[in-house]
Design a protein around this ligand. Structure first.
Ligand code: NIG
Ligand code: FE
Length: 411
């Protein structure tokens, strides 16, 4: 199978050598080729360059991309798309004045989603999740991390993992599963948190690891959820099963979760709506990617992550949707790229780097995804006609996607 894309107005995020992360002032650079071609065989990018050098390709399919841009598919490194039903009524409660914490305290929030998920059959859960997955692929996402965490029991967490496995089998998109082992404390353990932590470390993690579906572990490190000591214990238990941390930290409060994540060699620390200088210091020189989730800030009306400050400190930054029923019910990476510019004060170049190569890094797949590089997988967006990639964040809430290619296949 071979595919040639010709007359590309701008071929974006072109790297001659296998770049796997961009950080600090390098994030301002977004290498492009104007008037370009791209040649794909099977699922792999084979060749690209100036249109005037496009000769000798005998492709089965040719796409004329005149007036359009081509870039790597979005890499959404933080989602919770396997959930049952929705939480529209809590959305209305918040409009009427309740906070996210108020709703959680009266048994809503994550506990509400857990109840719904426990009461939903595996097949129905799969169908609901597949629909969300296909929607986000149509919006340009080609690689997506999916967390568990709405189970809260071994049985329901394993159900979530099996659903994620089925999504992986069903979909061409790359799916990276994460065991969100500690997302909330169930009602039955309310006055007995240590017993629940014991249940997570001694039963949930070992049984989940047995399925061999995930390489990553997550904890919601936050007041009212899991504190630093809890998080430390859970990450240690994960480590014995080779699960690398990707954790929820600093969403509402700074507990020291960033330094803890770095200590445990976390691949990413996500949210960071609250952030201090010690957090930035902890991240310096580490291999841990800070991940901002502007859709969550928008939806909950909480501060936006200081993306500008993170990048100006010389650090890398990734951006993701956090697609979930409670704090960010949207999987639209185009919106996230726009919000990163408007609210996090990233330039379009930085936002696109954050949503492609650095998002791929935050899933441990940037050796094969996230840039236009010979040998990397052909997961691509072909945009609607436009003059410049800055129009993607500029025309906020528009859909810039014309076609998507995943694993070399035009969808
Ligand atoms: O990333 N913060 C924790 N987890 C999710 C939200 C969970 C929910 O409200 O269902 C998040 O925001
Ligand atoms: Fe999240």
């Amino acid at each position: 199978m071979s595919l040639l894309i010709t007359n590309i107005k701008q071929l974006i995020q072109v790297h001659e050598y296998n770049t796997t992360i961009v950080m600090g002032s390098d994030m301002k650079n977004l290498p492009i080729i104007e008037n370009a071609y791209l040649y794909i065989e099977n699922d792999t990018i084979i060749e690209f360059g100036d249109m005037k050098d496009c000769e000798g390709f005998d492709a089965e399919t040719t796409i004329d991309a005149s007036g359009k841009l081509v870039l790597p598919s979005w890499c959404d490194s933080h989602t919770h798309i396997v959930y049952a039903g929705d939480r529209t009524s809590e959305f209305v409660d918040r409009i009427n004045g309740l906070s996210y914490a108020d709703i959680a305290n009266k048994g809503g929030g994550i506990l509400n989603s857990a109840k719904k998920l426990q009461d939903t059959s595996e097949d129905v859960l799969f169908e609901q999740s597949l629909k969300r997955l296909n929607e986000l692929i149509a919006m340009g996402t080609g690689a997506v991390e999916i967390k568990t965490g709405y189970g809260l029991t071994v049985e329901a967490e394993l159900k979530m993992l099996r659903v994620i496995k089925r999504l992986k089998q069903e979909s061409l998109a790359v799916i990276i599963p994460t065991l969100l082992a500690a997302h909330a404390i169930p009602e039955a353990y309310k006055n007995n948190k240590q017993d629940y932590i014991h249940y997570i470390t001694e039963e949930l993690i070992p049984k989940a690891a047995e399925l061999n579906i995930t390489n990553y572990i997550d904890v919601f490190c936050e007041d009212g959820y899991f504190d630093i000591n809890d998080t430390d214990a859970i990450l240690k238990a994960g480590k014995t099963y080779n699960l690398q941390p990707k954790i929820h930290v600093n969403q509402f409060n700074i507990l020291g979760g960033i330094a803890l994540g770095v200590k445990h060699n976390a691949l990413s620390v996500d949210h960071l709506e609250e952030l201090n200088d010690d957090d930035i210091k902890a991240l310096k020189g580490s291999g841990t990617m800070p991940v901002a989730l502007p859709g969550c800030s928008y939806f909950l009306s909480i501060p936006y992550t200081q993306g500008r400050k993170i990048i100006d400190s010389g650090l890398p930054l990734a951006i993701a949707t956090d697609y979930n029923p409670g704090s960010a019910p949207s999987g639209n990476m185009n919106f996230v790229v726009g919000a990163a510019c408007v609210k996090l004060k990233l330039t379009p170049e930085e936002a696109i780097n954050a949503a492609t190569i650095n998002g791929a890094y935050a899933m441990g797949i940037s050796n094969m995804y996230g840039s236009i590089t010979r040998g990397k997988k052909a997961n691509l967006i072909i945009t609607k006609p436009m003059n410049h990639y800055s129009e993607i964040p500029y025309a906020f809430a528009h859909n810039p996607i014309d076609q998507v290619i995943i694993n070399g296949q035009l969808l």
